[in-house]
Design a binder for this molecule. Structure first.
Ligand code: F6R
Length: 602
């Protein structure tokens, strides 16, 4: 959700904080602010709106002049986006930035008001800074530990105490936080890309660990003041991966990175032409659960179709926010697969913990190395999409489904549902997809042209059957989140059970029809909407004959000669359709309204 940064060193802190926050704007962009030690005092500048608004303000009032400070970019939870609700929040002696949610803030606020304290903002964060101030008698660590004991919820905090110039105190519980290590410089950040321009070396802060940063180095303590000896990690990607590299938007760049992302993800999981999951034994599970949120959940839906079809093992696929509260019937014979790009999604993390508590084995499929879900799962498979900056997920989805395929092949093989030869053929086919996607991306104009027909649309449907239905879910989400056009996805056969009453001339339908077995059925459903005036865009395999009276526009995907793997290709025109529609509408493609990349609150 929110992004926090901090710098203590010998250089211009304001500049470093702003540069680092630019890399975290994907986490929230309702307001931004910094607090910097200037002449021994803490000076705070903050502003509603994007980082650019803060920069504009700083160019008028002058940026704080100092070498140590903290910064924040906000995704509003408690209190509307406004100057007063922006971080940093402060008292006369302390300033903080916060990512996360304090669940018991109301009780704490009442207590603090009884103590004679008053509040300026509607945020939960202000409770933390007031509580720190309440306990502070000259020893910051002692005040932090006492405050931590009072807080329930998730948080990562950067804290400045006016009595300790040039020092940052940082702690985390649940919400992510890393501590960067440079030459005569220390950093904190919610995510590695924020500090990559300055250093690749960092510590991963664990729950309830307290970091003390100064230009001379960083010390990390546990809650009992015991100094910890932590492993220094080095980021395995560089600044280039976190830059646009000439593309108009991160989303377009990430769409183009998909062939490489798929190759890099599947290659380590293939040996001698067969899936190889290094010692993981998938033969013993009676039932699988796939649990995730949003796009990652839709990758799970593809997984369900493919695993059930090939391996004949029942698969439940759940939205994590439902799974965690629906008392799922999960047990020791089950494998619970959590899919997450960030590895920090609150509901997915809670689902993982629940599954472990219920005795199931858990497998995490995660993109961000060292993230919370990656660290807590029993089994771990990393996807290698690299940093995904655009809020709308593209390359993370395709690598997730590529892993779903490999898992399905492996499960089918170990359960004797396919032969080794058949398995090799499937793997080979999957390996051909990156090159095919590369070629598809040379031909984006066709999709751009179709997008122009959607710009003035207020509402539309995505429909499909089987795997095409799974893809229609993702296509519809992608379009709505960045174009702001209302869009729903339905199994094509479901339309006549209600939704068809919405079909008019003004309701376009994107119909996905790449599955030969279900093609005629989908065409019948398309005819039903055509008869009611709908404009139809079909996504189908090349050389499919589509009568002129069936569709207004046709988007073709190459024919893989095996429909099972079509989703690897079908997703490309769907992503591009969403992308171009958003561009044509003049929207902020990479940072769509109200959204944040990493949803670390419920
Ligand atoms: C949509 C999108 C979100 C995420 C969802 C889960 O484009 O990105 O729906 O897929 O918030 O996030 P992760 O995968 O980080 O758990």
């Amino acid at each position: 959700m929110c992004g926090i940064v901090g710098f203590s060193g010998k250089n211009n802190a304001s500049e470093i904080l702003i540069n680092s926050l630019k890399k975290l704007e994907y986490r929230g962009y309702d307001s931004a602010g910094i607090a910097v030690f200037e002449g021994g005092n803490i000076r705070i500048e903050k502003s509603k709106g994007r980082l650019a608004d803060l920069e504009a303000k700083l160019s008028t009032v002058g940026e704080p002049n100092g070498t140590c400070g903290i910064g924040h970019t906000r995704w509003a939870t408690h209190g509307e986006p406004s100057d007063v609700n922006s971080h940093p929040h402060s008292t006369a002696r302390i300033a903080i930035v916060h990512n996360g949610i304090i669940e018991n803030y109301k009780v704490l606020k009442e207590f603090l008001i009884e103590q004679g304290r008053s509040f300026q903002s509607e945020t939960d964060t202000e409770v933390i800074v007031q509580m720190l101030d309440h306990y502070y008698t000259g020893n910051p660590i002692s005040a932090i530990v006492q405050t931590l004991r009072e807080l329930t919820g998730s948080f990562a905090l950067g804290i400045l105490f006016a009595d300790f110039p040039d020092t940052i105190f940082a702690i985390r519980r649940e919400s992510p936080l890393i501590v960067g290590v440079g030459e005569n410089a220390s950093y904190i950040a919610s995510d590695v890309p924020a500090i990559l321009q300055y250093t690749k070396d960092y510590y991963l802060l664990e729950h309830n660990e307290i970091a003390v940063l100064s230009p001379y180095g960083t010390s990390i303590y546990d809650m009992h003041y015991k100094k910890l000896d932590k492993e220094l990690k080095t980021a395995d990607f560089d600044m280039e991966a976190a830059e646009k590299q000439g593309f108009a938007h991160f989303m377009l760049k990430e769409i183009h990175e998909q062939p490489t992302a798929v190759k890099t993800t599947i290659t380590p999981c293939i040996e001698n032409g067969l899936p190889n999951f290094e010692g993981m034994d998938f033969s013993k599970y009676k039932k699988l659960f796939i649990v995730a949120c949003g796009t990652a959940y839709y990758a799970g839906v593809v997984g369900k179709y493919v695993i059930e079809k090939l391996a004949k093992i029942p698969v439940d696929v759940d939205i994590a926010s439902e799974f965690r509260y629906r008392e799922p019937l999960v047990g020791a014979d089950d494998l619970v697969i959590i899919i997450s790009q960030s590895g920090e999604t609150a509901d997915s993390l809670a689902s993982l913990r629940l599954a472990k508590k219920l005795g199931a084995c858990t497998l995490a499929i995660i993109n961000v190395k060292g993230s919370s879900i990656a660290r807590e799962a029993d089994l771990l498979l990393y996807t290698h999409a690299g940093p995904e900056i655009a809020v709308a997920s593209t390359k993370a989805y395709i690598v997730q489904i590529s892993v779903m395929y490999l898992l399905a092949f492996q499960l089918a093989l170990v359960n004797d549902k396919i032969t080794e030869n058949e398995c090799t053929e499937y793997v080979k086919l999957l390996q051909t997809t990156p090159e095919i996607i590369e070629k598809m991306l040379e031909n984006k104009e066709a999709v751009q042209y179709v997008s122009s027909s959607l710009v003035n649309t207020e509402s539309l449907f995505y429909i499909g059957r089987g795997l095409d239905y799974a893809l229609s879910l993702e296509g519809s989400l992608k379009l709505k989140e960045i174009s702001y056009i209302h869009s729903e996805s339905y199994g094509a056969g479901e339309l006549k059970h209600g939704p068809i009453s919405l079909i008019t001339r003004d309701m376009p339908v994107v119909a996905i029809a790449t599955q030969t077995m279900l093609f005629d059925k989908t065409i019948s459903n398309i005819k039903e909407v055509r008869a009611r005036g709908a404009k139809v865009i079909i996504v189908c395999k090349e050389k499919t004959e589509i009568d002129a009276d069936v569709a207004d526009y046709v988007l073709y995907i190459p024919d893989l000669q095996n429909d099972l793997l079509n989703p690897m290709l079908t997703v490309i025109p769907l992503q591009l359709l969403a992308y171009y529609t958003s561009v044509l509408k003049g929207n902020d493609v990479d940072q769509p309204r109200n959204l944040a990349k990493s949803v670390t609150v419920e």
